[in-house]
Write a protein that binds this ligand. Structure first.
Ligand SMILES: *[C@@H]1O[C@H](CO)[C@@H](O)[C@H](O)[C@H]1NC(C)=O
Ligand SMILES: [Zn+2]
Length: 318
């Protein structure tokens, strides 16, 4: 293998081991695009322009492409939060413990939320903020992006339909690609349309209001604070910025709830796994696919709600 091909090969491997693959991110973006309220849609279309076919689906993978470029190396830690829990025995995400240095997906979502709304920034800066939000709302729903154990599963050898891989990559791409090839015409748009149908009139219809509520199944209700909601998160954040543009960016309630929700799957479906097991067959696969479908549908819907609150002032969703 020439040096060039081996470099390319390593690059591809690294990319594969790093995030919901392109298919997952595009799916989240295409789902979200169908639920945008008028002002959010108009901003998305004009900001992304023809470069991205005015589509959150197309723009969703930009953040993964640039993180390998020297100019954007700083953004690599923003794609995840290293939960220092103990799966499969106990799962949890804690802001201070897991994102104490502020360099994680929880802070990144807050930061790019203020930036996408900031009219004094340039069109390029706001487009970049939009592309980061588009991407990070996908990553935060991937159970292995909210987990430190074995480098988010990267260090656990696995198989997918007989090929060698690792557990993280099996979740990012292996199982998802197999499912979309088998059941959704190998196409992110076909798959996204299927998930949108399930949201509008299928298995997810009764769940969507709970997806937007930001109440955690694992967290006791804290009466001292306003009930967490997407509206409160964004209003509090933007008000604090308006009062003091230098105010420290702190993580928000809803992304923390979403991270905990995804992380809880590490204890139930992800890490009950034997090294070198084939993740793409049998019970492991059949337990994982409904979780992957759900997480992608949910994060796409939440992405739309998030942008709708920023630009239209309400989730504008049932
Ligand atoms: C927010 O994003 C900007 C632009 O990428 C970056 O320069 C800044 O360091 C970020 N702030 C925080 C607190 O992450
Ligand atoms: Zn990513």
């Amino acid at each position: 293998m020439s040096r060039l091909t081996s470099g390319l090969f390593l690059g591809l491997l690294a990319q594969e081991a790093a995030a919901w693959g392109n298919l997952g991110h595009e799916t989240v973006g295409y789902v979200a695009q169908q639920f945008l309220a008028p002002k959010a849609l108009s901003f998305v279309q004009s900001s992304l322009g023809s470069t991205y076919s005015e589509s959150l689906g197309v723009a969703a993978t930009w953040a993964d492409t640039v993180k390998y470029e020297t100019a954007y190396e700083w953004s690599a830690p923003l794609h995840f939060v290293d939960a220092n829990d103990n799966p499969p025995t106990s799962c949890s995400v804690e802001e201070t413990r897991d994102c104490g240095d502020g360099d994680c997906i929880l802070v990144a979502i807050a930061n790019y939320t203020t930036r996408v709304a900031e009219t004094s920034l340039s069109a390029t800066q706001r487009q970049e903020a939009l592309k980061f939000i588009d991407h990070f709302l996908g990553d935060i729903g991937q159970p292995l992006h909210v987990e430190n154990y074995e480098v988010g599963g990267n260090d656990i050898d696995a198989k997918c339909s007989g090929s060698s891989t690792n557990l993280h990559a099996a979740w990012d791409t292996g199982m998802l690609t197999k499912n979309v090839d088998a059941n959704h015409g190998s196409s992110a748009t076909t798959y996204a349309n299927y998930l949108v149908g399930e949201i509008q009139s299928g298995q997810y219809k009764s769940l969507t209001s709970s997806w937007l509520s930001c109440t955690s199944i694992t967290e006791a209700v804290n009466n001292k604070r306003d009930a967490p909601s997407i509206e409160n998160d964004i209003r509090n954040l933007l008000e604090a910025r308006a009062e003091d543009a230098t105010a420290k960016i702190t993580p928000l309630e809803c992304p923390l709830v979403w991270a905990r929700e995804a992380n809880a799957y590490d204890c139930t479906v992800v890490f009950p796994f034997s090294t070198n097991e084939d993740a793409c067959t049998g019970t492991y696969y059949s337990n994982a696919i409904p979780v992957i479908d759900l997480q992608l549908a949910k994060q796409g819907y939440r992405l739309a709600a998030w942008l709708n609150v920023i630009f239209d002032g309400a989730t504008s969703l049932p």
